[in-house]
Design a protein around this ligand. Sequence first.
Ligand code: GAR
Length: 213
Amino acid sequence: MSTSVPPTRRVAVLVSGSGTNLVALLEAIDADPAFGGEVVVVASDQPTAGGLEHARRRGLPVVALALSDHPDRAAWEAALTTAVAAHEPDVVVLAGFMRVLSARFLRGWPDRVLNTHPSLLPAFRGAHAVRDALAHGVRVTGATVHLVDEQVDHGPIIAQRCVPVEPDDTEASLHTRIKAVEHDLLPACVKLLCQDRLHIVGRTVHIEPEELP
Ligand code: GAR
């Protein structure tokens, strides 16, 4: 009798900052033998990113490519694409990666690049989502995990969760609570992608079997 073992997807993670979402993903993979994915490389545009340190401590391969070390943005992105592709990832996770990736990068992993964003998209796209939500006076914001397309913070949405805004919130306090939500939501969505459970029809992502993270 043959038993079929589901494939383990190779996951690349791109970070620009402290890397708490990377750590949450690594811990979720460690804790779940059925996750279906393993992190094979962590890459950053910020050579001093805390996320790279976490990866190094775990003995994971890291790629650090500063935009300023390249003649232009296209050259930087080409170098990043080559360096990431060398690790043959099936899936690319943007976990606090603060650069926009063009079609030239994305076409390497069609519908396989996933991003976490600290707002309820399509509200508050861009690099200052938490600050912008506070400035707008919203009562509720949250976290969104979505597939990446060529527009900023725009691709099909996999999952969202709400985070209430408290009257005395600062950008830091609100972002801390949003990140706590992302630390659960992002690994859950990466797992769905690794397990081939996402089916995209237009802008709609169907999860099969249906089970909202
Ligand atoms: C996360 O909140 C993520 O949603 C945000 O950066 C933070 C990274 O935190 N990403 C964006 O704003 C992208 N537009 P971390 O480095 O602690 O994981």
